[in-house]
Design a protein around this ligand. Structure first.
Ligand code: FES
Length: 157
């Protein structure tokens, strides 16, 4: 962890420190850390457990239970393609293939140099205009394979 990450972690943990007589919220704390750092470093687990007053096993349990929590750093941009039923029915598989070919990356990997990480996600509630691709926090609906280069190119910068 870099010193900048250390400082960010300390800041987030301080804001999540439970008040006396209140239950620690492990999930909220992990989401806050991920929100600020992009992921939850596994080497931070002992400190998280200590600040929250829980066991390391409890932190690891929450960390491994929720698929939205990640322990590896992502690229600068996180691309998530929906593999929910509606998106599947509207040829989301073709969009995924086009993204993989364009990025030359497989699901769960980051492109060399780190511009993009590709992940799948279950329904994100955008079914009415499926198939859906999320680029960072941007939702894109009715995506077609031919749109992929123009959709992703601006994020290469
Ligand atoms: S199934 Fe993809 S947004 Fe709902």
């Amino acid at each position: 962890m870099t010193s900048r990450h250390e400082a960010t972690l300390a800041e987030v943990l301080e804001s999540c420190r439970p008040m006396p007589l209140t239950e620690p919220n492990i999930l909220k704390t992990l989401l806050s850390i991920q929100d600020r750092m992009g992921h939850v470093p596994t080497n931070a687990v002992p400190r998280i457990a200590q600040v929250l007053g829980v066991s390391e096993a409890q932190v690891v349990g929450v960390l491994s239970y929720y698929p939205d929590l990640r322990t590896e750093a992502t690229g600068r941009h996180l691309i998530r393609i929906c593999i929910g039923e509606s998106c599947k029915a509207n040829h989301g598989d073709r969009v995924l293939r086009a993204i993989r070919e364009y990025l030359r990356a497989e699901v769960g990997t980051t492109t060399p140099g780190g511009p993009f990480t590709l992940e799948t996600v279950s329904c994100v509630g955008n079914c009415a205009v499926s198939p859906t691709v999320m680029i960072d926090q941007d939702l894109c609906g009715r995506v077609t394979p031919s749109q992929i280069p123009s959709l992703l190119e601006p994020y290469r910068l």
